[in-house]
Design a protein around this ligand. Structure first.
Ligand code: ZN
Length: 476
């Protein structure tokens, strides 16, 4: 279905039975050209708008803090109304860029601090490198995307049956607007009709226009009331997020995978980008002014494809019959844990795609009215879900979890998802200031477990040698 989150708003987490609004988008509505040249005015406007928006993005990312209501600064042939729309959109882009950069910078500082601490104590491994901060480039707007409000683009229902809507778009020429008809596909209509009352849904007045390869696309949106359906005390299903398996649940299910085909495509794309980067560096040395870009079309297509696969995997997980009436717990992935999780993969992948999985989980829970709680993920892959013993040696390889103390053995992602399912409302863990405090709490729990089992202070290695029988404890 062509419905997607339009924007992610930070909201208070809803309580059961309480309705809350969700904005849903209907995408990929192609603007039809009834007579040739009809959209020429829009084609003419696009580059002007893009350049103006880019100027404010640069301003808001470098010298000023993003301000949606900033007074116009630059000269433009666009009307004042269009100018304000551009400022508003640029402020939004700059704000998210700034917040992403802040998060990354904090992470860098934490890494640096840890590195220096290890260095001071002489605990640095031979191949440890000092973390480096790389300056972020200001975002470049490539393809026209216009987030228009009613001041510049008016959406009206059509009176005759040939078309569904009419868009009135103001152009570069003062007082000259164009009228573009909108025809909806059957599945667009289905998405915009209330299944109970068979009435059309009330559309939001702001629309988005995208130009891709010379074709214009329209995105419409509407608000929907969703009621939180999850009852208090509903059983918790833990979700572990990864690249080998996108989603693994504590009910023992796996959805989606970065499988062979995708992996091969990704490898090819990476090699291509490397070649391009080499060429670029070479040209730069020779003093060539205009350098070729290293981003590739196939790479972008691949990213879209992986995102699509992720969406499908998360959807399957929520639609699973066994998962009705439950609540979910998933990893609140930080940049650090992402890096940790995807060490075997490369930067490109982990940055762009791993973070998309928790976003999709949050979105699915929101639109379905199902409770999903982000929980602390630190050590969830190293902690034994039976005895809480936490050690990286519990992971002999990427796939396997084998406890050094109690001998519990399982798929590593499954073990992690069980740990995550128990971390909802874990105040003791939430109170921890850093990873070492979390590890201390987990090891303390392990001690408690040992006492309950009537074990003394046996070291992990010794226990493993005679620990065959305790594997029987692993009945969960
Ligand atoms: Zn164990």
């Amino acid at each position: 279905m062509n419905e997607k989150r339009k924007q992610r708003k930070k909201k208070k987490r809803p309580t059961a039975g309480e309705p809350y609004p969700v904005t849903r988008a209907v995408t990929h509505i192609r603007l039809v050209e009834v007579n040739p040249g009809k959209l020429a005015a829009l084609d003419a406007l696009a580059p002007v708008y893009l350049a103006l928006c880019q100027a404010y993005v640069t301003l808001f990312c470098t010298t000023e803090s993003p301000n949606k209501l900033r007074d116009p600064l630059y000269q433009t042939p666009l009307s004042e109304r269009w100018h304000r729309v551009a400022i508003m959109q640029a402020a939004g882009i700059a704000r998210s860029w700034r917040s992403n950069r802040t998060t990354a910078y904090q992470q860098y500082q934490d890494d640096l601090e840890r590195h220096q601490k290890h260095q001071a104590h002489g605990q640095l491994s031979a191949h440890a490198k000092e973390p480096q901060w790389r300056a972020w480039n200001v975002p470049t707007l490539r393809e026209p995307c216009i987030q228009a409000n009613v001041n510049v683009v008016k959406l009206e229902e059509s009176r005759d049956s040939t078309y569904d809507y009419w868009l009135t778009i103001s152009t570069l020429e003062k007082g000259q607007s164009i009228q573009v008809p909108v025809k909806l596909a059957v599945y667009h209509k289905a998405a915009l009709t209330d299944p109970k009352t068979h009435q059309g849904k009330k559309l939001n007045s702001s629309v988005q226009l995208n130009q891709r390869d010379g074709v214009w696309w329209l995105t419409l949106s509407y608000d929907e009331e969703v009621t939180q359906e999850t009852v208090a005390g509903a059983p918790v299903v833990g979700i572990d997020v990864g690249i080998a398996n996108f989603v693994t649940t504590s009910t023992g299910k796996q959805y989606g995978s970065f499988h062979k085909n995708l992996r091969a495509r990704h490898k090819r794309d990476r090699a291509k980008r490397r070649r391009k980067a080499k060429l670029r560096a070479c040209l730069q040395k020779k003093g060539v002014k205009y350098l070729p870009s290293t981003s590739s079309r196939t790479g972008q297509r691949l990213m879209r494809h992986v995102k699509h696969e992720i969406n499908h995997a998360v959807h399957q997980c929520f639609a699973e019959p066994e998962h009705q009436g439950v609540q979910f717990a998933y990893e609140a992935l930080s940049v650090a844990s992402m890096r940790f999780k995807a060490r075997a993969q490369n930067a490109y992948l982990r940055a762009s795609n791993l973070g998309h999985i928790p976003q999709q989980i949050a979105w699915n829970s929101q639109k379905r009215g199902v409770k999903a709680t982000p929980v602390i993920s630190a050590y969830s892959s190293q902690e034994c879900s039976v005895c809480h013993y936490t050690d990286h040696k519990n992971r002999p390889d990427q796939r396997t979890f084998r406890c050094q103390v109690c001998g519990f053995e399982a798929h590593a992602d499954y073990n992690a998802s069980v740990n995550l399912s128990r971390r909802v409302g874990d105040r003791q863990l939430r109170a921890c200031r850093d990873r070492s405090a979390i590890k201390a709490v987990l090891m303390q729990r392990h001690e408690t477990w040992k006492q309950q089992q009537g074990m003394g202070n046996t070291s992990p290695v010794k226990r493993r040698k005679r620990g065959e029988s305790s594997a029987a404890v692993s009945s969960i």
